[in-house]
Design a protein around this ligand. Sequence first.
Ligand code: 5RP
Length: 239
Amino acid sequence: MSSSLSPEDAAKSAAANRAVAYVKAGMRVGLGTGSTAAFMVRALGGRVRKEGLKIRGVPTSTRTAQLAREVGIDVITLDEAQRLDVTIDGADEFDPDLNLIKGGGGALLQEKIVATASDRMIVIADAAKQVEALGAFPLPVEVIRFGRDTTCDAIARVLRQADVARRDVTLRMDGDAPYVTDEGNHILDLHLDRIGDARRLAADLNQVAGVVENGLFIGLCDTVLIGHGDGRVDICEHS
Ligand code: 5RP
């Protein structure tokens, strides 16, 4: 571990380094997005260059695709891979059942498609991402631009019936303009503080016309590797 890393980055790096040990020759690997996933992509590229590890990676964003190519990973599309052996990604929150909030980095749509196409999903995180109940982190919902305010009103109606502690919705911005995802959509961030029934909320949100996908990953994650600043890694497996 490099001593130049902050404790938070050292924790992310520790989790990322442990995760790439799960990758074996010949695997098709989903490559997540975000600062923790970037440590993993660099570590995996290190194995490709130093060990000659033969793998193919399916990135979950244009950012990750660029980084993966830079570090020497053979990048293919999901449709070329069809099925993935493992996806390694970060998360904004995970609960005791390994349900997740993702999308803080704006890549939740590709991340969920790739995770769903994977035999195994490994999440890499620092301990700050571990929560008893999801919802302190604002829940990202990707919506198409057409009729965005109407979609927002429909989401507000869903939230009025939902078991949540707060019901504020904000449009994610990128400077003065709305944030635009890789698919050309916008993101609404739902400030809920606590989500009582994440599975039901995920299903209800995806019933709203105009919603493309939400950032609740329910029953997708198999393993969480929790990195610590001193280099230790705790392993949480789905029971
Ligand atoms: C991107 C994501 C990221 O995995 C999530 O935001 C965590 O990012 P970081 O590792 O930078 O904390 O879901 O859409």
